[in-house]
Design a protein around this ligand. Structure first.
Ligand code: ADP
Ligand code: MG
Length: 559
């Protein structure tokens, strides 16, 4: 197996590479951020493995990244002395896309380059972004626990194939050389690379060294460290710039856009930990996949322990990204301990509260909040069933379309609604429907319109299910206006007690009887009503009947 092999990329990689090159041409420098980010992850992983196998560090225990350019050869090289990769890992990591749900995601691509380029953003760009700047990439790597003759050389032009062969390499870690495209020669210029690296290195906890060319022939080139190399979350908030927070988010969130907001907190007392939580601006492709990536990056006393630690936040906050660094957990924290421990339980409760507070604060900026809500509002709704203790807080974060705002945008909060209630009104009224147009034209709304009483219009697939978990807010009960008896007589205003003469009543009785007979197979009963003023009839559900959405969900589930 140590012979040189030529292998094809998985079809998905080729597709992704193609799209990436098209979507990133206007911002090619991003590849540097991705490669620095990977080197930092590789150092984290080595430190973690060295906890139980200190010999892995050997006499090369100063972890770092070294970056150099060669304008004549038109190359840029990044080296790290992190964990490195075995031959199998190279083939798996740099020949396929290992993330679950990838093929599902790829099916959603339309073939329209513009649209698809945006989707790629949800996926994260990663290592393959090197090909945005490089026409050929050569990577050599030796895993920390492998012998020097077990190192690997990987090479590709990013067009469909790559080669792998086993080689000798004395040092541990990974070195990546980019042979730059004609259009990307700027990345072979030291001053250009330095200015980019300054931007992308400050939040990295690892020293980033840049090669300084000697000015005179008789001097040697020298390495210069360009960042503080201190874990960003250990620095006081006042010393971290917004740009650094944003760059850090892109590193931990695998996103290339900025987050909507963040919350950085150091907790001292019975428990000691630091958390740095982010609200992304868009949903990742696997948000609704059962095995999608979720959770925080866990550190214990600054040492990276694992990605995707799901134990620190409830499922309905799975969109939150960030890190938590504990001083109380042991460095050899096991999966079992993470699953059941008082420390984890109280951290989870506190981080949940922290996240919800961050969202309440974000709601103060309606534009950003609308972006958040469009991406994650549905997921938040799951919280009403999942997190009883925080039900009110979650309900307060919900936004609805309403019969009085008239635009179909989910922008009315329950507090807004209550603030606009009519004199004598003590119930929050809502209606559910397939979509906004159906809801807004519901005959059930007629009486409410007449009386000027606002009705929330719920059109998400999960809204009926959600309302089975949300029965009260701020002491006010909810009522579906298409279910059971609706009594607005206590509310001041027009539309009360329509006058009905005896003759009308008689006539109606006869009609009701005939309709009852004719429809006996299809409806439970036929009644006269004062709730309509324009439509002649409407369908009403009994108070405890499942609604239309619920019926559909139940049918879909085969019930
Ligand atoms: P991600 O970082 O999101 O996992 P990437 O495409 O950036 O995705 O990298 C793919 C994988 O390749 C990484 O998860 C890692 O296992 C491996 N890898 C990339 N760069 C390095 C490196 N410098 N050292 C060790 N492993 C690396
Ligand atoms: Mg990466």
């Amino acid at each position: 197996a140590d012979k040189k092999e030529t292998r094809g990329f998985e079809a998905e990689v080729s597709k992704l590479l193609h799209l990436m090159i098209h979507s990133m041409y206007s911002n090619p420098e991003i590849f540097l951020r991705e490669l620095v980010s990977n080197a930092s992850d590789a150092a984290d992983k080595l430190r973690f493995e060295a906890l139980s196998k200190p010999e892995l560090l050997g006499d090369d225990s100063e972890l770092g990244i070294w970056i150099s350019v060669d304008p004549e050869a038109k190359t840029l090289t990044l080296r790290d002395n992190g964990i490195g990769m075995s031959r199998d890992e190279v083939v798996a990591n740099l020949g396929t896309i290992a993330r679950s749900g990838t093929s599902e995601f790829m099916k959603n691509l339309s073939g329209d380059e513009k649209k698809d380029s945006q989707l790629i953003g949800q996926f994260g760009v990663g290592f393959y972004s090197a090909f945005v700047a490089a026409e050929r990439v050569v990577l050599t790597t030796r895993r920390a626990d492998a012998a020097s003759h077990e190192a690997v050389r990987w090479e590709s032009e990013g067009t469909g194939e790559f080669t792998v062969e086993s080689i000798e390499q004395a040092e541990r870690g990974t070195s990546i050389t980019l042979h730059l495209r004609e259009s990307a020669q700027e990345f072979a210029e030291a001053f250009r690379v330095r200015s980019i690296i300054n931007k992308y290195a400050e939040h990295i906890a690892l020293p980033v060294h840049l090669l300084q060319k000697a000015e005179k022939d008789d001097e040697a080139d020298s390495w210069e460290v360009v960042n503080q190399a201190k874990a960003l979350w250990t620095r006081p908030r006042t010393e971290v710039s917004d740009e650094d927070y944003q760059a850090f988010y892109k590193h931990v969130g695998h996103d290339y856009e900025n987050p909507l907001s963040w919350s950085h907190n150091k907790v001292e007392g019975k428990l000691e930990y630091t958390s740095l939580l982010f609200v992304p601006g868009r949903a990742p492709f696997d948000l609704y996949q059962r095995d999608g990536a979720r959770g925080l990056k866990l550190y214990v006393q600054r040492v990276f322990i694992r990605d995707d630690a799901e134990q620190f936040l409830p499922l309905y906050l799975r969109f939150i990204k960030g890190i938590v660094d504990s001083n109380d957990l042991p460095l050899n924290v096991s999966r079992e301990l993470l699953q059941s421990s008082d420390i984890i339980d109280s951290m989870k409760a506190a981080l949940t509260k922290r996240s919800l507070d961050m969202l309440s604060k974000l709601a103060g900026d309606p534009e950003k909040y609308a972006t958040f809500y469009a991406a994650f509002g549905q997921v938040l709704k799951e919280g009403l069933a999942e997190d009883f203790a925080n039900k009110d807080k979650i309900a307060g974060l919900l936004r609805f379309a309403s019969s009085t705002t008239g635009e179909g945008k989910a922008e009315v909060s329950l507090a807004d609604y209550i603030g606009r209630m009519k004199e004598g009104q003590d119930t929050i009224y809502y209606v559910t429907a397939e979509n906004y147009v159906t809801a807004a034209n519901s005959p059930h709304l007629e009486l409410f319109r007449k009386k000027g009483v606002e009705v929330l219009l719920l059109t998400d697939r999960i809204d009926e299910w959600m309302m089975s978990h949300l029965t009260e807010f701020d002491g006010k009960k909810f009522q579906h206006i298409g279910k059971g008896e609706v009594d607005l007589s206590a509310i001041a205003g027009e539309g009360n007690e329509p006058e009905v003469s005896e003759a009308d009543t008689k006539q109606a009785e006869a009609l009701v009887e005939r309709l009852q007979k004719a429809l006996s197979e299809r409806v439970k009963s036929v009644r006269t009503t004062t709730r309509l003023s324009e439509s002649p009839t409407c369908l009403v559900l009994d108070s405890f009947d499942p609604g239309f959405q619920m019926r559909q969900l139940m049918e879909a589930a085969g019930q």
